[in-house]
Write a protein that binds this ligand. Structure first.
Ligand code: NI
Length: 171
């Protein structure tokens, strides 16, 4: 297993729609292991493959630090099949440093996909599990939390980032 580099906004791969996985082979299984290690290494509760530069539809999630009822799982080609309610949730993203903002999420989602073993699986949840699933599936569609903010808040973040870059260049 290896810790991979996590791409940061505005890397172009983060804006792309990731492709469906057609076959779960050794390469995919190794990628899932590496994603798991990378997520834990960064103290994240979820990660999408595009965040490590692979635009394919794979997510890993482990919300147990917040909700111990749910353990680690990986899902290939995840798809939301039902959703319920709406709620604001404050979240961050490993690819969007220093951005913690409230975004609108569904309260409950049901997601189906393929396990690393090739079985069709369904996960449904509310609270942090539902938010993590929506956040990671957003990544597969090239959507970042920034895209879910108001235009004003997005501009504020972009300007802050630009300022920091300029400061770094001067140093
Ligand atoms: Ni994220």
């Amino acid at each position: 297993m290896a810790v991979l580099e996590i791409l940061k906004y505005p890397h172009p791969v983060l804006k792309k729609r990731s492709k469906e996985v057609e076959r779960i082979d050794e390469r995919i299984l190794r990628l899932i292991d590496d994603m798991k290690e990378t997520m834990y290494g960064a103290n994240g509760i979820g990660l999408a493959a595009c965040q490590v530069g692979v635009p394919e539809r794979i997510i890993v999630v482990d919300v147990s630090p917040i909700d111990p009822q749910h353990n680690f799982f990986a899902m290939v080609n995840p798809e939301i099949i039902s959703e319920e309610g709406e709620i604001e949730h404050e979240e961050g993203c490993l690819s969007v440093p220093e951005c913690f903002e409230k975004v609108m999420r569904k309260k409950i989602v049901r997601v189906k996909g393929i396990s690393p073993e090739g079985r069709e699986i369904e996960v449904s949840g509310e609270g942090i599990l539902a938010f993590a699933l929506q956040h990671e599936i957003d990544h597969l569609n090239g959507v970042l939390i920034l895209d879910r903010l108001s235009r004003l808040k997005r501009e504020i973040y972009r300007n802050r980032l630009k300022k920091e870059r300029r400061k770094e260049e001067r140093e």
